[in-house]
Design a protein. Structure first.
Length: 629
């Protein structure tokens, strides 16, 4: 049993409540509220969720209640939320009991797809802002995401108990940047529970009930799923119309397959089985879905032989970062494949394509929403499925236009998408290169403005807009190539601003660029896994850096190794790794010099012959250190 599953079982024992007394039939749609909590990283979403559950009696009040909804081991270790989690709450307002369905969402930009899916199942959101740090880049992004989806937004200032809190100043920021009226802003302390009861009342007053019809035929949508090793796929569902009962026969619109409902229920906060779920309610379902590919996010379900108009589903996630994933040992290939399938059920934003490498064997090229997303996925493979995977250096998706494609059989279109850099077509048939760009939003104190602008310009950024949030903070909008901000841009930004700046970005498609492919050779033999694509202005700098790193990483051999980085036929950088040399003159105690020269000449000829026929012995772990930036 995995650690994650064990933790969930322990929590379910600790949080046993009077859930058996819940009667979902007493909650028609007008007594239901579905809402999410959205915020920037570390603004207190998980802490607020803990207080909401305590005040509504969902879990007993305790000082041990920390990140109750963060059930993954990686979430608890890092103190971040990477998966949206649902929980049902009961709250009495003006003598009437309401059912509140809360979805706690991630705050990092890499998990924005989780936020958008969660908002689709809600009618309103709590926009949480730290009263100490104020508006951050992800705050702005989340606000406009909810605004575009026409959700009711309740602005909430959190951490008002801190000494450095400035609720009046932050309220003014909300009015200036987001056009939010100060009278609409609620002030709470999630840690102490101050103002949380009034927040629950505001949820009932301001957020509309779900537009559901109890008498209509069953229509429900899946907005999340995960894999249970004993019971197959488990899906989170939002019942839009009708009623679903245990043992009902239902049909998937996407696959047209029929299932029998084995179990339905609500999250309270663990799985609590129920006999029925009614229109407007949110819960989970198990229907003996053994093939995890059938549990599609955004799929519509209806009763057998009672078809309904399907929902449009969710906009598919667009991967921004790609990396190769290979088993540490090829004998673990099947185990890694099964682990990836189960994790992609839980995280549908990851794209999977088969790949192979001469050095690493058979594997996959996975697409992620960002670098943190990639890192968390790799960590979950090890923690939840006990498989060891090798992940190569990340790269982005490029596009090129081909000259005379009609005469070349392997290219059927004018534009070719390049996922793997080593498969970039020959430059002689490429007319134009295109690289992905993003619109970056940086919020920084005025004192660091010049350094931040210089950083953007070093990364080939194009400054678009500059807005003063207040007397001390400014928001910068800049168009940036995705490849330039992929690895260490955020770390550099945090370092130069003493941690005060925040960064968020959104995809802006592709722009024409002057790109080159750098090929790395070891003793004139190209190594495909090291091939990179970069802008022509950064080619020599990157070539020297990678050659130096290879020299430090690859162990010495019995013969000299030359490391070369080239663009076409032009060598940009070179490093040599000296050979191990036997002291063949050790046995010569004086004597004729010709004897010594003969021994040295024989040794040199042997080294030269060995260099021609020998293969470079590169240990796999050393190879991976070079690949990882």
């Amino acid at each position: 049993m995995s650690c994650t599953r064990s933790c969930m079982m322990i929590q379910s024992q600790n949080y046993s409540t009077n859930s058996s007394k819940i009667n979902l039939a007493q909650f028609p749609a007008e007594y239901i509220r579905n809402f999410s909590v959205i915020a920037h990283v570390d603004h207190g979403k998980s802490t607020l969720s803990d207080r909401l559950m305590e005040i509504t009696g969902t879990i007993p009040a305790s000082s041990k209640n920390k990140q109750v909804l963060d059930k993954l081991q990686v979430e608890r270790e890092r103190g971040i939320t990477v998966k949206a989690q649902t929980v049902s709450l009961r709250h009495v307002y003006k003598g009437k009991e309401y059912l509140l369905n809360l979805i706690d969402t991630p705050g990092h930009v890499d998990f924005n797809y989780e936020v958008s899916r969660s908002l689709a199942a809600c009618q309103g959101v709590l926009l949480l802002v730290d009263a100490n740090h104020g508006i951050q880049a992800q705050t702005v992004a989340n606000f406009y995401l909810a605004f575009e989806m026409e959700k009711t937004i309740i602005p909430v200032l959190n951490k008002i108990d801190l000494k450095g809190a400035q609720p009046d100043v932050i309220t003014k920021q909300l009015e200036t940047v987001l056009n939010i009226e100060p009278s609409e802003v609620l002030k709470v302390s999630a840690k102490l529970g101050t103002g949380v009861s009034k927040l629950l009342d505001a949820v009932i007053e301001r957020i509309p009930p779900p537009p559901s019809d109890l008498q209509a035929p069953l229509k429900m949508v899946t907005f999340d799923s995960w894999h249970d090793r004993f019971r197959g796929a488990v899906v989170n569902i939002a019942v839009l119309d009708g009623v679903i009962s245990k043992r009902d026969k239902i049909t998937s619109v996407a696959t047209q397959k029929n299932y029998e409902v084995q179990e339905i229920g609500i999250m309270y906060p663990e799985q609590v089985p129920m006999e029925k779920l009614y229109a407007g309610q949110v819960g989970y379902m198990m229907a003996n879905i053994r093939d995890i590919k059938e549990a599609r996010i955004g799929d519509t379900f209806h009763h057998f032989n009672q078809p309904v108009e399907p929902l449009p589903g969710f906009k598919p996630a667009k991967p921004m970062v790609f990396a190769g994933v290979f088993p540490a040992d090829q004998s673990e290939y099947d185990n890694l494949r099964k682990a990836i399938e189960k994790l992609t059920l839980n995280d549908s934003s990851v794209s999977v394509v088969s790949d192979s490498s001469p050095a690493l064997g058979q594997g996959w090229r996975l697409g992620f929403l960002g670098l943190l997303h990639m890192d968390v996925f790799n960590e979950r493979l090890e923690q939840e499925h006990d498989v060891s995977a090798i992940m190569t250096a990340p790269n982005v998706l490029y596009k090129v236009k081909i000259i005379g494609t009609k005469n070349i059989k392997q290219y059927q279109t004018d534009t070719v998408t390049v996922v793997n850099p080593c498969k970039l077509p020959d430059p002689s048939i490429i007319s134009e290169y295109f690289e992905p760009v993003v619109l970056g939003t940086i919020i920084t104190p005025q004192d660091y403005l010049s350094q931040v602008i210089n950083l953007c310009l070093e990364c080939r950024g194009d400054l678009r807009e500059q807005v003063n949030i207040d007397d001390n903070r400014v928001m910068i909008m800049s168009m940036l190539p995705l490849n330039e901000i992929l690895v260490d841009f955020f770390d550099t930004l945090k370092s130069m601003t003493s941690g005060y700046a925040s960064f968020d970005y959104e995809d802006q498609g592709y722009q024409q660029s002057n790109l080159v492919k750098i090929v790395f050779n070891l003793n004139s033999q190209p190594v495909d896994e090291l091939t990179v694509i970069c802008h022509v202005s950064k080619a020599r700098q990157m070539a020297k850096k990678m050659c130096n790193k290879l020299k430090e990483t690859i162990p010495r051999q019995l013969y000299r190794i030359s490391i070369q980085a080239s663009v076409g036929s032009k060598i940009l950088a070179r490093e040599d790794i000296g050979a191990y040399r036997k002291d063949v003159l050790a046995k010569c105690y004086g004597g004729d010099i010709t004897r010594k020269m003969k021994l040295l000449r024989q040794q040199a000829e042997g080294k030269k012959k060995m260099r021609k026929i020998g293969n470079i012995d590169v240990p796999k772990d050393a190879f991976i250190k070079v690949l990882q930036k």
